[in-house]
Design a protein around this ligand. Structure first.
Ligand code: NAD
Length: 254
């Protein structure tokens, strides 16, 4: 049950057609926000289908929240600039920007190709830079930015050089932007999820997953709702004096 009230606020969540992003956007919709559902228009059209289905589900919630659906590849600054322009035209501006879009391409350094390195850096770090840069232009004063980092950016895990470097970069960016945007009353924080049940986990080997599960004191994997609860807290007006921080959401892990 979501207890926050975001009536009258506009929230954009990147990569919100599925996984954690869909969970976070759903929580904003349940709390009465106008929602900007952003998705990546992948070649087989799966994200578009997911985005349309989620938008229909959110519009059917009590209070019929407004949901705007826009595509952009976060690796491409021009597309992100266009996304923010569309959001501004549709909603007049943003109150909350959640940078959630991300990918994983795990390999040991020995096996990792330069393409795999760049693929993760371009989506997970350049993408957040693009969204912060162009998103800040349409965020209203007093707005909120929440970046979805990872505990992988705080603790290095085997086989994740690209992912850990990108997420550590997001944490550094969060700390700097917390200072740069403070004069506008905009806070910039990050959540650092542990292991969360989403389609991304399909890319992690079962034996690695079993090992993670043994180490989580809460005795279970996280859910998108667990992450949404932390994100919504950092997006409230009441969290105004918290900025440049990283909140681990891990069930006590690491
Ligand atoms: P997911 O694969 O279900 O979702 C990722 C989303 O990012 C998808 O909607 C995808 O379409 C989008 N995306 C990918 N490339 C994109 C691009 N170039 N442009 C725009 N959008 C793009 O995975 P998830 O688990 O929901 O991950 C969401 C975020 O949470 C990611 O940043 C991920 O690194 C982070 N995270 C996940 C976990 C976990 O255990 N699942 C743990 C820590 C952090």
């Amino acid at each position: 049950m979501i207890r926050y009230d975001f009536a009258g606020k506009v929230a954009l969540v990147t990569g919100s057609s599925r996984g954690i992003g869909a969970g976070v956007l759903t929580a904003f919709a349940q709390a009465g926000a106008t929602c900007v559902l952003h998705y990546w228009d992948d070649p087989d059209g799966a994200n578009r289908t997911d985005a349309d289905a989620l938008a229909a589900k959110l519009r059917a919630l009590p209070g019929s929240p407004a949901v705007h659906v826009f595509a952009a590849d976060v690796r491409d600054g021009g597309q992100v600039e266009a996304l923010m322009r569309q959001a501004k035209e549709a909603c007049g501006g943003l109150d909350v920007l959640v940078n959630n879009a991300g990918v994983i391409r795990d390999r040991t350094l020995k096996k990792m190709t330069p393409d795999e390195w760049h693929a993760v850096l371009r989506t997970n770090l350049d993408g957040v830079f693009h969204c912060c840069k162009y998103g800040a232009e349409i965020l209203r004063d007093g707005g909120r930015v929440v970046n979805v980092a990872s505990v992988a950016g705080l603790v290095g895990f085997h086989g994740q050089a690209n992912y850990a470097a990108a997420k550590a970069g997001v944490i550094g960016l969060t700390r700097v932007l917390g200072k740069e945007l403070a004069r506008r009353g905009i806070t910039v924080n990050a959540v650092a999820p542990g292991v969360v049940q989403t389609p991304m986990l399909g890319e992690i080997k079962p034996e690695v997953m079993a090992e993670y599960l043994k180490q989580i004191p809460a005795g279970r994997l996280g859910t998108p709702d667990d992450i949404a609860n932390a994100v919504l807290f950092l997006a409230t007006e009441e969290s105004a004096y918290i900025t440049g921080q990283v909140l681990p959401v891990t069930g006590g892990w690491v």
